[in-house]
Design a protein around this ligand. Structure first.
Ligand SMILES: Cc1ncc(COP(=O)(O)O)c(C=O)c1O
Length: 413
């Protein structure tokens, strides 16, 4: 079989590529009412509807009792940890291969991130909890990496046996399921992002869900300068004292875009899963590579199949050949092992006293160096990501598979 004729490069992107009349209508509604602030507007007795409606539809969609809209996924992580009461002296287990905010949000509340290995799914290896837990461990933060659900059942069992919180970071995977249930419902508290690259976007924005009334009230207070306003008290009467919070409130304009986008998540999911279903079966069983294993393939969003090559030396040439055929195949997806980031190498927080690493005599200490993570090092040098998107057609998907097969023939014979 000869190599397929060159096709134009498809435009990548998820939620932002689906922005249309629905987002416009809701944003215009906010502007025409002149009510961009969520807690009060023209009529002080009647708070504007958009953020409250987004929270209602979000919690109904995910299947959780409470949802709180905030300014970003990073803010959501900080708020979630503050809600759990995590702070100085505490440790939080998080995968070394995770987004910047996963690490920094732990440092920002004064706790110490403890880095864990991933497994071949690129999510937390559940066995890492037993290896890394200490009497100071208060939580494990589980990232559902690029649309693929982590193995929540063993993670939840191990964490709860030890009496530690599970925080699910669903920023990259809104709409993914695990064992038939939405991710975000497997933990004490879960977070989402509406940043530009996400399945649903408002440019920026975040969400927190929980079924725990106490965590909800504490999250609200952390997100709104210690306040707990009537719209929240109507859902869950106050039981918690005020404390000094931050200010991470979502605006009505952001909520309008996020709401229109939320209503499109399942369409985007179905689209990407259908594209992936045309590609994945054709790439199974190829010599020298495999697709990343998925804890629950039925729950995968399907927007980014990963090839795992046996030989790391073959990754760069394989990728270059795909790229030359106009196949999008990112070298990185914005994620780096945390131990390679500047703030881990320096161990700094915004001021020395705030660094959870200040008592280490030597830095980077064991557990914060590349040589401590043989599996993460190995796996992250052997993958090629094949992002799919809202504007990809069936023909684009077939072309991705044809091209991978052609490059494979060329390189592996
Ligand atoms: C896994 C993960 N967590 C948290 C975030 C932070 O979200 P935001 O950019 O909205 O602050 C991101 C954003 O890319 C992410 O990918």
């Amino acid at each position: 079989m000869s190599a397929p004729a060159l096709r134009p490069r498809p435009a990548p992107g998820l939620g932002f590529q689906a922005i249309g009349a629905e987002e416009e209508a809701l944003v215009l509604d906010v502007l025409r009412r002149k009510e961009p602030f969520r807690y009060y507007g023209a009529d002080p007795a009647k708070p504007p509807p958009m953020a409250a409606l987004l929270e209602k539809e979000f919690r109904e969609y995910i299947g959780m009792d409470y949802a709180l809209a905030v300014t970003s996924g990073s803010a959501a992580l900080e708020v979630a940890m503050a809600a759990c009461g995590i702070g100085p002296g505490d440790e939080v287990i998080v995968t070394a291969w995770s987004w910047i905010a996963c690490f920094t949000s732990i440092v920002r509340v004064g706790a110490r991130p403890v880095l864990a290995e991933i497994d071949e799914s690129f999510n937390l290896d559940p066995k890492e909890i037993a290896r890394l837990a200490t009497p100071r461990t208060r939580a494990v933060m589980v990232i559902h990496y690029q649309g693929v659900p982590a193995a929540m059942e063993p993670i939840e069992l191990e964490a709860h046996r030890r009496g530690i919180f599970v925080i699910e970071d669903c920023a990259q995977s809104l709409g993914a399921r695990y064992r038939g249930r939405h991710i975000g419902t497997w933990s004490d508290i879960a977070t989402y992002s509406f940043q530009y690259n996400k399945v649903a976007t408002a440019g920026e924005g975040g969400m927190i869900v929980t079924r725990d009334q106490r965590l909800y009230e504490r999250a609200v207070r952390m997100s709104d300068l210690g306040n707990y306003r009537p719209v929240h008290a109507a859902l869950a009467p106050s039981q918690e004292p005020a404390f000094a919070g931050g200010q991470f409130r979502m605006s009505e304009l952001t909520a309008a875009v996020a709401l229109a986008q939320l209503r499109k998540v399942d369409k985007i999911r179905e689209h990407c899963r259908a594209l992936q279903a045309r590609i994945a079966p054709r790439l199974r069983g190829l010599k020298g590579l495999k697709l990343r294993p998925i804890a629950d393939p039925e729950g995968d969003l399907g927007f980014e199949p990963y090839l795992l090559l046996d030989d790391p030396a073959k990754v760069a040439p394989f990728r270059e050949k795909l790229d030359a055929r106009n196949v999008n195949c990112g070298a990185r997806t914005g994620t780096y092992p945390q131990y390679n980031r500047d703030y881990v190498k320096t161990g700094r927080a915004h001021t020395p006293a705030a660094s959870p690493f200040r008592d280490f005599k030597e830095w980077p200490a064991p557990g914060y160096r590349a040589e401590d993570f043989p599996r993460t090092e190995d796996l992250t040098k052997r993958f090629i990501a094949l992002p799919l998107g809202w504007l990809y057609t069936k023909e684009d998907a077939d072309y991705v598979a044809d091209s991978v097969l052609a490059v494979h023939r060329e390189m592996f014979g």
